[in-house]
Design a protein around this ligand. Structure first.
Ligand SMILES: Cc1cc2nc3c(=O)[nH]c(=O)nc-3n(C[C@H](O)[C@H](O)[C@H](O)COP(=O)(O)OP(=O)(O)OC[C@H]3O[C@@H](n4cnc5c(N)ncnc54)[C@H](O)[C@@H]3O)c2cc1C
Length: 598
């Protein structure tokens, strides 16, 4: 049986010591998030993740969701009750606008606890996750009446939400979508069409489901310029605002899939369903992107979450399982063999995952703080710069953390040998669950293209230049510090590779766009390595300062930070060179074979 413990100490180290988030207490909501409140919230979220959501993870995977004959969907045993506890604890509205019942606490805190919930039970955490995305879109693009009608119930968790983009013939290229909307003359529309792969599209945990649906108004232009966004409630509301008539939207079937079995992935059939336009006509894609940026951070977080829980279980197994002897002679001479954690190759797996997890957590919280500044600062230029930086970082977070999340679930599974392939230990489920995060919310190949094609050149490259400056200044400021020079040397080499790759695109991709497409995956990962390396350099500096101050009972924790930072710099950071070499090779050999040769 797998186990999970929320890494609260590590989150606190990142928030309090590395990012010093108290510096931001002039932002709305941060004054209420004093260190003791933050710690209490993290501990309670950790407890609920461990005791309520985690015990349902394996059983939910085995049971899956069931679609009943009437189109209703039954979630696995215990999910409804767990969702009630989630609602009662107020997690749904933790960081949401207080005007609609939220608590207005930092989004950074919401992200921190989101990691615990997804580690404990990714399929469960997706139900509130989708709702929060829908809430964000209604808050930003809805009119006052729509906000007042839908948001308070969603913040309570009494109603949940979904996002409906994908159709059988259109996923990445939403310009192809066919679902149509016919105006009724009373402000409402009739929505007809089929959406597929809709997460949490139907279930038994809420009184109403508020679907956000992309559709094309009759007569609208072809392509992405003719797409609008609609609210389509499962139950149309009565005059008093309570769920009334059943709307013309049903779950036609649920998908049999590789992982996240406990999350219902639905085919949704819309047949003259009543819908309400949200935001402007034909601007639906832009509105949906509001939802997607936050959702992409949430998906990046899923990569980290699975990597963390898989790591914890691999460590426990590696200490327990005995096979063979250490290369340096018996480590446990009183036993017939040594625990496998003595073997360097097992260590390679464990250290690689650990080095990613602890930097990935810092990366996510660093980015979440930028999101808080972008949405809450009173200073317009701070807001603008943070928004741009978030735009640049979002595809990196989504693409890198989920690619690595899956890779590390596989590495953790490897530590179990054949037992990792057997369902009992839960490692197979982590591999299966982690896989989808690389695909949905824009497949990772698309994230890489978004980074290279849209985010790099944005505003003349202002965001990437700001990133180069921040990391470059850090290296320069700490170069003379002999305790830091090891870290800054490796970080600077990675930064140089990233700058060289950026310059290579400027010189070689304008005239030949395939060069950008061919290098985009490597560029995204090169960028990810430099960011994670920067996070390690920041953590190493903090750990050294704390140790110099006399760390007391935290000394072991801080020493381990330094060791892990060294591992990252020596053994992971050098991969930047390989990425740069592949980027600079261009597209020729990739594109040379004629289609018939495949
Ligand atoms: C379990 C699950 C849950 C999901 N939940 C939701 C949900 O809640 N709501 C929703 O709307 N959708 C949802 N999806 C759909 C998901 O977002 C899409 O599957 C995804 O966006 C990819 O679209 P596609 O499957 O049509 O693949 P395609 O668009 O056909 O892409 C196939 C491959 O081609 C690549 N590709 C496509 N175009 C390009 C290009 N221009 N350049 C380079 N490469 C390209 C892609 O990267 C991909 O690898 C879910 C899917 C699954 C499996």
């Amino acid at each position: 049986m797998p186990a999970y413990r929320a890494p609260v100490e590590d989150t606190l180290f990142v928030l309090n010591d590395v990012l010093k988030y108290e510096r931001y207490n002039n932002l709305p909501g941060f004054a209420d998030a004093s260190p003791d409140i933050v710690e209490a919230v993290l501990r309670e979220a950790g407890r609920m993740a461990e005791e309520v959501f985690f015990p349902l993870n394996q059983s939910g995977d085995q049971e899956g969701c069931i679609r009943n004959e009437d189109g209703s969907v039954t979630t696995p045993k215990g999910f409804r009750e767990a969702f009630e506890q989630y609602k009662e604890a107020g997690w749904m509205g933790l960081a949401f606008d207080p005007n609609y019942g939220g608590q207005g606490l930092p989004y950074t805190l919401h992200s921190a606890i989101g990691e615990y919930f997804s580690s404990a039970n990714m399929a469960f955490a997706m139900y509130p996750g989708l709702t929060q995305g829908a809430m964000a879109a209604i808050l930003v693009h809805g009119d006052d009446e729509q906000k007042a009608t839908y948001l308070p119930k969603m913040v309570e968790g009494t109603w949940t939400g979904t996002m409906n983009l994908t159709e059988p013939h259109c996923g990445t290229d939403l310009g192809l979508l066919r679902t149509k909307a016919v105006p009724q003359g009373d402000g409402s529309y009739r929505i007809s069409g089929q959406k597929i792969f809709i997460s949490a599209g139907e279930h038994d945990m809420s009184e109403n489901i508020i679907h956000l649906v992309l559709a094309r108004i009759e007569g609208a232009p072809e392509g992405t310029k003719g797409i609008s966004l609609f609210i389509v409630p499962k139950f149309v509301l009565d005059a008093d605002g309570s769920p009334g008539t059943r709307n013309g939207v049903v779950c036609g079937s649920i998908e049999e899939k590789m992982g996240i079995h406990a999350n219902s992935t639905c085919v949704m059939n819309y047949d003259d369903a009543t819908g309400y336009l949200i935001g402007e006509e034909n601007k639906g894609l832009k509105a949906m992107f509001t939802m997607m940026n936050e959702a992409r951070l949430g998906v990046g977080l899923q990569g980290l979450s699975i990597s963390e829980v898989a790591y914890q279980n691999a460590v426990a197994y590696a200490k327990d399982r005995i096979q063979g002897r250490a290369l340096t002679g018996p480590a446990a001479p009183d036993r017939k063999a040594d625990p496998i954690i003595v073997h360097p190759d097992v260590r390679r797996n464990l250290m690689t995952i650990r080095a990613f997890n602890e930097a990935g957590r810092a990366f996510l919280l660093w980015a979440a703080l930028k999101s808080d500044v972008a949405h809450r600062s009173e200073d317009a230029s701070d807001r603008e710069l943070s928004e741009e930086m978030m735009g640049l970082l979002t595809p990196v977070i989504k693409g890198v953390l989920t690619d690595k999340g899956f890779e590390h679930a596989v590495m953790a599974q490897q530590v179990f040998g054949g037992h990792g392939y057997i369902e009992e230990h839960g490692m197979s489920q982590y591999v299966r669950d982690a896989r989808i995060a690389m695909i949905y919310e824009g497949a990772n190949g698309i994230q890489a293209l978004d980074l290279v094609g849209r985010k790099l050149p944005m505003n003349g490259g202002r965001a990437i230049q700001a990133f180069f400056k921040e990391v470059g200044d850090f290296c320069e400021d700490n170069r003379a510090d002999e305790n830091m020079s090891f870290f800054t040397k490796h970080l600077k080499k990675g930064l140089n590779d990233l700058q060289a790759a950026t310059m290579w695109f400027v010189q070689n991709a304008m005239a030949k766009p395939d060069n950008a497409g061919a290098g985009s995956h490597d560029y995204m990962h090169l960028f990810g390595l430099v960011t994670l390396g920067y996070m390690w350099a920041l953590q190493a500096k903090t750990a050294q300062e704390k140790l110099a101050d006399g760390a007391g009972d935290r000394a072991q924790f801080l020493e381990a930070k330094l060791t892990t930072a060294r591992y990252f710099m020596e053994r992971i950071m050098p991969e930047t060179g390989a990425h740069l070499a592949r980027i600079s090779a261009g597209a020729d050999s990739m594109m040379a074979l004629a289609e018939e040769a495949f």
